[in-house]
Ligand binder design. Structure first.
Ligand code: GLN
Length: 447
């Protein structure tokens, strides 16, 4: 039925870059057989899952929505993919993203636009555009995306689905094509909080292939899920309700907070004084790491090689010049500049200092509250094309999401309401490191 839904709907939505039908049907049959013999492997057994095309699976394309990886087939699988297979889930197809996960709208994909299922003239958000749209359009019940600076939570919010960015180190990044290694995590998209908990349960935990993946066991996220949190203290930062916040989004977030108070939660005003620097800080650190990570795409090791070269240097230059899109080039140039001799202290090291202050703001706020609530994005889904020519405006739309990546803390986006024109709006909950269980339980209370 998922394959049929893709046939019927994806022509107008554009979430999938590649669907592996035969393999999916075989896996579904194997799962049916397990069901008939009582060997079901858990809640994900037999469920088709879409995969952001930056998470490698052996034998499958992994383009990162970039021309430079056109035709590339991964020789190995990400740890999260191995774990999905082991749980009986069925990675069904590869879904669209902004090129190398850089962007917030799908417009940076070298291949296609993805449209918001609730209004096809609008963006589904990004960079995990296809993940969010494929779940929102009920083409698959779940998806894996990656969140370097909001790329799970922002599209989840704009598409009306659940999206969770785990604590840095909770989920293995082995097999995720690196954009900004110190910021990113793979995480789930789903229709409800149970789905996010089940997916996280499957992918979380230690992996010797990723030295930044922590060596502590993941909690059992499903066991406690339906137990509401008593005496929940919800931090409400005034910085999240200032200028630039759409009034309809603000109302929906405030209504969600009112629901929590009906459950006995207490709202606590908190301060995050350095949050105003988070966009500037992120857009130094992320491009710096990207400029280094993307050096491996040289026309020799992977993917596209330009025929227009005369020597080694022109081979590099032509392959990269023709293979990367404009936003990726912009990031490589910004990052190379910020890291270069004479500027590294002024920009990169300064950004690292501010990053520490942003983390300390959260540590102080979490002395007073259990979770921090606020909007995910300043506005509902914007029109495709509206911000495409204005990279700065696009960057500013990440204002509420990227501090969690800088601080390494977990955060979830859950559907909270609808605008008058029928667009979904999410609520964001952030917690101290390794409190995914608490975030999921708190999110469950709103369903
Ligand atoms: N909008 C962010 C960026 O363009 C999203 C990054 C991400 O989380 N992958 O960098």
């Amino acid at each position: 039925s998922c394959l049929n839904a893709i046939d019927q709907r994806d022509g107008s939505i554009g979430a999938f870059l590649h669907v592996d039908r035969e393999r999916a049907l075989q896996a579904a049959e194997a799962s049916d057989l397990r069901r008939s013999t009582g060997e079901v492997r858990g809640p994900l057994d037999g469920l088709p899952i879409s995969i952001k095309d930056a998470i490698c699976e052996a034998g499958q394309p992994a383009t990162c929505a970039s021309r430079i990886l056109e035709g590339y087939v991964s020789p190995y699988s990400a740890t999260v993919i191995d774990r999905l297979h082991a749980a009986g889930a069925i990675p069904l197809g590869r879904v669209n993203l902004d090129e190398f996960a850089m962007g917030s709208s799908s417009e940076n994909s070298a291949y296609q636009l993805t449209h918001n299922p609730w209004d096809l003239t609008r963006t589904p958000g990004g960079s995990s555009s296809g993940s969010a749209a494929s779940v929102a359009a009920r083409m698959v019940p779940g998806s894996l995306g990656s969140d370097t600076g909001g790329s799970i939570r922002q599209p989840a919010s704009l598409c009306g689905v659940v999206g969770l960015k785990p604590t840095y180190g909770r989920v293995s990044r082995y097999g995720l094509v690196a954009f900004a290694s110190s910021l990113e995590q793979i995480g789930p998209f789903s229709l409800d909080v149970f789905g996010a908990a089940a997916l996280l349960q499957t992918i979380a935990g230690h992996d010797p292939h990723d030295s930044t993946c922590v060596n502590t066991p993941a909690e059992d996220y499903l066991q406690t899920l339906d137990t509401p949190l008593a005496d929940l203290r919800i931090g409400v930062p005034k910085e999240y309700f200032g200028e630039g916040l759409d009034p309809e989004v603000q109302n929906i977030v405030e209504e969600a907070l009112a629901v929590y108070t009906q459950h006995g939660a207490k709202l606590v005003p908190v301060e995050l004084p350095h949050s105003k620097y988070s966009v500037a800080t992120y857009y130094i650190i992320a491009p710096s790491e990207a400029s280094s990570n993307l050096a491996r795409f040289d026309g020799i090791h992977y993917g596209y090689r330009s025929p227009n070269f005369t020597d080694l240097e022109s081979l590099y230059a032509a392959s990269r010049g023709e293979g990367f899109g404009p936003e990726v080039k912009r990031r490589i140039m910004l990052g190379t500049y910020a890291l270069s001799a004479g500027y590294a202290d002024k920009y990169y090291v300064k950004a690292l200092q501010i990053r520490r202050l942003i983390r300390q703001d959260f540590d102080a706020a979490f002395q007073q509250c259990d979770v921090i609530a606020g909007p995910v994005t300043p506005t509902p889904a914007f029109k495709l094309g509206e911000l495409a020519d204005d990279p700065l405006a696009m960057y500013l739309s990440d204002i509420y999401t990227i501090a969690a990546n800088l601080a390494g803390i977990p955060a979830i986006s859950i559907p909270a309401g609808w605008t008058a024109s029928g667009l979904p709006v999410g609520l964001q909950l952030q917690g101290p490191v390794f409190t995914e269980s608490r975030l999921l339980r708190a999110a469950r209370m709103l369903e």
